[in-house]
Design a protein around this ligand. Structure first.
Ligand SMILES: Nc1ncnc2c1ncn2[C@@H]1O[C@H](COP(=O)(O)OP(=O)(O)O)[C@@H](O)[C@H]1O
Ligand SMILES: [Mg+2]
Length: 347
């Protein structure tokens, strides 16, 4: 069984998949999908399964990863994990909003303008504020601006289309906490520091000036993060810090309502999204989907606690909670088990 890990432009991007493969004693190769001879390198290996770490830092590399993966999956017929669809939805808020609308999945109403004149007209006619502006790519709240007034919106539109670009945070996340500790850790690890600086520089250079994405403001004190990997389900609350829950790392491990799990199961079954984290607002007795991510960070060593016990939910005829540690290696171990089960591969 030939397995290829497709790393992205970041040097360490294959490491977690590699650790999981080693733990399971599975042979693999690593190919840099951003290399000029990516196609030849991959095809000579004759892979039966591609393990993915999609790009989510800048628009050019996101486009590169999506495009090359489409060739491998759609034209060459190679299996990949997570699925192509989930990669296309990943770190693409614009595409996600179209997808949610087309599939009639409830989400915060989203407006995308490529024409400055249309954006200005929207702004002129807009009565209720705040509104939320988002860059297409941008983890941990870095590209999200809450615009409180018409003036703020006008300024945002002008900045974007004048070439300055939509505003976003370029440096470290000050809200994340432990800044000094994180900074010191980097000082003592020059390679990691260099990688971090490269990430900040890449983000700063990636200016979004072609379009703006505006969303209705949804009042909330938390977002649900629900994870499905194969038959395993996890859920916890991400709590608001300032005006964003993303990147704050403040969690609340509470028992999720089972109807939330029902909702996610139905949605992910229907759309064949079997390895994703879904972030949702609970608003006016409805769930509104905010993000769907096939690869996501994990700040604690677990994703869920029910009555103080770490574990997962599985569905047989009803929901059953199973105690245990299922989120090892930021969920890559669980992903790998699921990928092997799905593609019926032997060791
Ligand atoms: N439509 C919205 N209304 C109100 N707050 C929002 C809205 N969308 C996002 N936010 C807040 O901003 C945070 C970051 O937005 P999100 O879309 O999740 O981007 P990111 O990719 O940075 O996580 C969210 O965690 C949420 O707290
Ligand atoms: Mg988010």
């Amino acid at each position: 069984m030939n397995i290829v890990i497709l790393k992205n432009e970041l040097p360490d991007s294959s490491k977690k998949w590699e650790a999981s493969c080693k733990r399971k004693e599975i042979n693999y190769s690593v190919v840099d999908l951003t290399a000029f001879d990516w196609f030849e390198r991959i095809i000579t290996i004759k892979p039966e399964l591609l393990l993915l770490k999609p790009s989510g830092l800048t628009a050019p590399y996101k486009e590169l990863y999506d495009e090359r993966l489409r060739i491998l999956v759609e034209e060459c017929g190679i299996n990949c994990y997570p699925s192509l669809k989930s990669v296309l939805l990943y770190e693409n808020k614009r595409f996600l909003s179209f997808w949610l609308k087309a599939n009639q999945v409830s989400h915060p109403e989203t407006y995308i303008f490529y024409k400055e004149s249309e954006a200005n007209k929207f702004s002129e006619q807009r009565v209720s504020f705040p509104v939320v502006a988002k860059t297409n790519i941008g983890a941990s709240g870095s590209g999200v601006s809450i615009l409180e007034t018409k003036n703020d919106l006008e300024q945002y539109i002008t900045n974007t289309f004048s070439g300055k670009g939509a505003s976003k945070r370029k440096g470290p996340n000050l809200k994340k906490g432990g800044l000094l500790k994180r900074g010191l850790k980097l000082v003592f690890n020059p390679q990691q520091l260099k990688n971090k600086i490269e990430v900040y520089e890449a983000r700063a250079a990636d200016i979004q000036k072609e379009f703006i994405l505006i969303q209705e403001f949804i009042p909330h004190s938390f977002e649900w993060r629900v994870v499905r990997i194969g038959d395993s389900y996890f859920a916890h609350k991400k709590l608001l810090q300032g005006n964003k829950t993303s990147g704050s790392l403040q969690k609340s491990y509470e028992n999720p309502p089972l109807e939330l799990l029902d909702y996610i199961k139905e949605l992910t079954d229907k759309h064949d999204l079997d390895s994703v984290a879904i972030d949702l607002f609970s608003h006016n007795k409805k769930y509104l989907i905010n993000e769907i991510q096939c690869i996501f960070g994990q700040s604690d060593s677990y994703q869920m606690k029910v009555d103080g016990v770490i574990g997962r939910y599985i569905y047989t005829d009803t929901w059953e909670f199973e105690k245990g540690d299922f989120n090892n290696n930021e969920n890559y171990d669980l992903r790998l088990s699921h990928a092997l089960l799905k593609y019926n591969t032997k060791k």
